[in-house]
Design a protein around this ligand. Structure first.
Ligand code: GDP
Ligand code: MG
Length: 322
């Protein structure tokens, strides 16, 4: 384990790959590993790239990697998109395209296609981000299909979230409904070679003009496939990075991220403990039969755990206010 830790902290690619496998598969030594590298985290710039399947996220990421490398930056990529060519099911062309980066020690690509451990994906992704961060990657890009619960978590973590839209998937009203406006720091309207791209940009712009946030997301037209508009997009990402740095939001975010991680572990622990009580299923049944409410069920379990929970005894009203 010591060799793996030392190796990955010194930029050894194979050690990093081994470390990630340990974390992903919950192997023995994971706790020691994460403890050893944790002091070295918090330096990488995290970019989230999200959008519907087929929007061109992986193609865009691929082009962004090339540009970042030209600028001398090392890059880590986590693809949580099951449809991503980065995550295995690649057609030949994508594999060939990827190999150019596969030979580059300054690029580390990891795919996380497994959705087997339900709800655990976000947690594992965060741990892998920590590893890439500690290994010294300047920029970490996380590609996810939005907007599911897991993906939203990733979006919260990223310093800059790029939402990739494409023409032909519906108008701006539907986009707003999908909750995309709230999460985007930068928009890429990809497949700008297609009909309707200009219209989509205009609709997006009109919607954003009505938004009142401190940061107004910019919209960039790209043709990722042909490497068009990528430099402008990256400049837009950098602009948001300036804003984030200027306001100290990266530190704010890092703190809220570790708070979230702590809470996730707490929640997992509590749920596991609750599940270990023999009458847990009986309680579920009681709730199902409408004999007690879910709130009362939780209350009973907390009592067993010896946990004092004021918000429960006040009927949960206070929890809603928070
Ligand atoms: N016409 C057009 N096709 C593109 C563009 N960018 C990507 N594609 C194609 O769209 C398909 C899906 O791209 P991919 O990057 O895998 O999308 P993802 O699922 O969002 O990661 C691939 O066949 C790409 O070659 C573009 O700008 N214009
Ligand atoms: Mg993809």
């Amino acid at each position: 384990m010591t060799a793996i830790i030392e190796g990955m902290l010194n930029g050894n690619v194979r050690s990093l790959a081994k470390a990630i496998t340990i974390v992903e598969n919950d192997r023995p030594g994971k706790k020691e590993l994460l403890k050893a590298i944790f002091p070295r985290t918090g330096n990488a710039y995290l970019i989230g790239i999200t959008g519907p399947p087929g929007a061109g996220k992986s193609t865009l990421t691929d082009k962004l990697i090339a540009l970042l490398r030209q600028q001398g930056k090392t890059v880590g990529i986590i693809a949580v998109d099951p449809s991503s060519p980065f995550s295995g099911g690649a057609i030949l062309g994508d594999r060939i395209r990827m190999q150019q980066h596969a030979l580059d020690d300054g690029v580390f690509i990891r795919s996380m296609a497994t959705r087997s451990h339900l709800g655990g994906l976000a947690k594992t992704t965060v741990d892998v981000i920590h590893l890439l961060d500690a290994a010294g990657k300047d920029v970490i890009i996380v590609e996810t299909v939005g907007v599911g619960q897991d993906e939203v978590d990733i979006v919260k973590i990223a310093h800059t979230t790029v939402v990739v839209m494409v023409p032909g998937l519906g108008d701006a009203v539907q986009i707003a409904k999908a909750g995309v406006l709230e999460i985007a720091d930068v928009f890429a309207v990809n497949k700008a070679d297609r009909e309707g791209a200009a219209k989509l940009v205009n609709e997006l712009r009109a919607m954003l003009d009505m938004s009142t946030g401190d940061w107004k997301p910019d919209i960039f037209s790209t043709v990722a496939r042909d490497d068009v508009g990528i430099a402008d997009l990256l400049a837009g990402i950098y602009q948001h990075r300036e804003y984030v740095h200027g306001k100290g939001l990266d530190q704010v975010k890092f703190k809220s991220n570790v708070r979230q991680e702590l809470c996730t572990y707490l929640m997992d622990g509590i749920i596991e403990l609750a599940n270990s009580y023999p009458d847990f299923e009986q309680l579920v049944d009681n709730i199902y039969q409408k004999e007690i409410t879910p709130l009362e069920g939780a209350e009973k379990l907390f009592k067993k755990m010896g946990v004092k929970n004021n918000w429960l005894t006040t009927g949960g009203d206070d929890a809603e206010k928070n």
